[in-house]
Design a protein around this ligand. Sequence first.
Ligand SMILES: NC(=O)c1ccc[n+]([C@@H]2O[C@H](COP(=O)([O-])OP(=O)(O)OC[C@H]3O[C@@H](n4cnc5c(N)ncnc54)[C@H](OP(=O)(O)O)[C@@H]3O)[C@@H](O)[C@H]2O)c1
Length: 253
Amino acid sequence: MDLGLADRVFVLTGASRGLGFATAQALVADGARVVISSRDADRVTEAVAALGGADHAFGVSADLADPEVARELVDAAQDRFGRLDGALISVGGPTPGTAAGMSDDQWRSAFETVFLGSVRLARTVAHALPEGGAIGLVLSTSVRTPLAGLGLSNGLRPGLAMVAKDMADEFAPRGVRVLSLMPGRFMTGRNKELWAATGDPATAAAEAAASVPLKRIGDPTEFGRVAAFLLSPAASYVTGVAVAIDGGSLRTL
Ligand SMILES: NC(=O)c1ccc[n+]([C@@H]2O[C@H](COP(=O)([O-])OP(=O)(O)OC[C@H]3O[C@@H](n4cnc5c(N)ncnc54)[C@H](OP(=O)(O)O)[C@@H]3O)[C@@H](O)[C@H]2O)c1
């Protein structure tokens, strides 16, 4: 199947590593070009090189919490590659801990980055997209069911999924799609940090794998391929949904 990605241009945040980078790889492998961003400039430069260099990728070092970043990323896509066809909005996961255990400052910081940063970029990209454009928000299975010890995620992700649904309605008449992705457990830096924080990472990883119906942690490429498909013209009738990529973990339909 031809996904129709050739020469399309996508902005991806949180894309120097992890799920964002895996999606950039899948998009580029099918002929798209990408503007990738994250905070650490050296990591962005390394990721651009790993994606094949300047013909395929352009890097911007930026914090999603910065109000100027949304405009900067849209401009970078148009200036560098002459068009913009979509975005994958990913960001580092919020600080672990229960919802009640988080301070006001921790809630504010997570809201500014994870929530408002994502909303601001989604609406800025949506206004800039032509018919056929698509936006994906990388959320979590905490959209549907709480994850132990991830209170900030449990609090913010369901709201973001509903923002995506709201935007899907608003932009659908222009032929622009908006959807959410709900990763389960993937072997990325984010999970390695969470497992390390337990003091026994090997046991934590083994227990996590055993709890997944497919009995393994996902490889980021398995997320990237699904995300690239959902952002592609091949998924042209898919919008307003939250798609789980979780090895069967979610207990809800
Ligand atoms: N991996 C999983 O199993 C899993 C499961 C459920 C949900 N998720 C969610 O999916 C998202 C991505 O997870 P991941 O596993 O890919 O994480 P990751 O491997 O830690 O990568 C996170 C990426 O986001 C960038 N980043 C972090 N904070 C940022 C900020 N404020 N502004 C811009 N970029 C930022 C990081 O680079 P810099 O540090 O250089 O900025 C990095 O490129 C997270 O929100 C996570 O909670 C992941």
